[in-house]
Design a protein around this ligand. Structure first.
Ligand code: SAM
Length: 273
């Protein structure tokens, strides 16, 4: 950790809160490579979630038009006043981003990119919030635990592929753009991480997102059961009707949910509407 940030945190009497997942990044090269990998530029508005001591916030603000940074921990206010001093294009909002009404918030934007290094328990709810509610989000670059990164970008039929993979495919394409070892954080966490970049707008064309979601969740309800059994339970179908629908979609009657590509889930969800 660079001495000046460490000193600032100490001078402000800041105490790290483990329950808020406060593992900060201070390495300047890593910060600029995260900004670079997120692909944001001088015409872009960025929403940073969980700005911590403001190191990534500053690196972003030096590259883009505007940064709106959310931070749930108000005790970081004096730290951020120092670390972000002199920057005219940063707004810090001390709120839990998961509780923000996105339709209201988005009124202030034509389009925006989200960049986040968040505690791991917040990343899945954040991703789902953006997938389900965001209308103007054009991209998301998020630091996640390495295993979660593999899951988000997994191919159908692999052990890593799950409901979250198929849900993300609904709105975005995603890929791992950077691996980050645990030593790059202060304090050091117990896991390695990776930055996953989501490009919104390249998702699937489905008629009803709610039915798609229900189909995906049904398919992964019990990994030990066949898709047919899971559909019978979740959609209250007769076994004959479930088989008929699977055949119409060209899906093997013995198939398990994790073998279906997002495109197959889209097709199946349309037959279940
Ligand atoms: N972005 C900084 C960095 O890279 O050094 C801080 C990263 S730290 C892993 C995550 C930050 O997110 C913490 O400062 C924590 O207080 C904040 N946070 C946790 N949950 C949040 C939420 N729901 N909304 C906004 N901020 C949150």
């Amino acid at each position: 950790m660079e001495k000046d940030i460490k000193t600032t945190l100490a001078e402000c009497g800041f105490g790290f809160k483990k329950q808020l997942g406060q593992n900060f990044i201070t390495d300047k090269n890593l910060l600029s490579s995260i900004v670079e990998a997120s692909g944001v530029g001088e015409d872009d508005s960025v929403v940073e979630i969980g700005c911590g001591a403001g190191t990534l916030t500053r690196a972003l603000a030096e590259k883009v038009k505007k940064v709106t940074a959310f931070e749930v921990d108000k005790s970081l206010r004096p730290v951020l006043e120092r670390t972000l001093s002199g920057l005219k294009n940063v707004d810090v909002v001390f709120r839990d981003f998961l509780k923000v009404d996105l339709s209201e918030f988005e009124k202030g934007f034509d389009g925006y990119f989200v960049v986040a290094n968040l505690p791991y328990y917040v990343t899945t709810p954040l991703i789902m919030k953006l997938v389900e509610e965001a209308e103007k989000c054009r991209g998301l670059s998020v630091m996640v635990q390495e295993e979660v990164a593999e899951r988000l970008c997994a191919k159908a039929g692999t052990a890593e592929y799950g409901a979250i993979t198929a849900m993300v495919a609904l709105r975005a394409e995603c890929r791992i753009v950077k691996r980050v070892g645990r030593n790059m954080f202060y304090p050091r966490p117990n896991v390695d991480s990776a930055v996953v970049k989501f490009t919104f707008g390249k998702g699937l064309d489905v008629k009803d997102r709610a039915v798609y979601k229900k189909t995906v969740h049904a398919a992964f309800l019990s990994r030990r059961k066949t898709l047919e059994n899971n559909l019978v339970n979740a959609f209250s179908l007769t076994r004959d009707r479930a088989r008929e629908i699977l055949s119409e979609c060209g899906i093997d009657l013995k198939a398990r949910g994790e073998t279906l590509t997002p495109e197959k889930f889209a097709l199946l969800s349309e037959k279940l509407m």
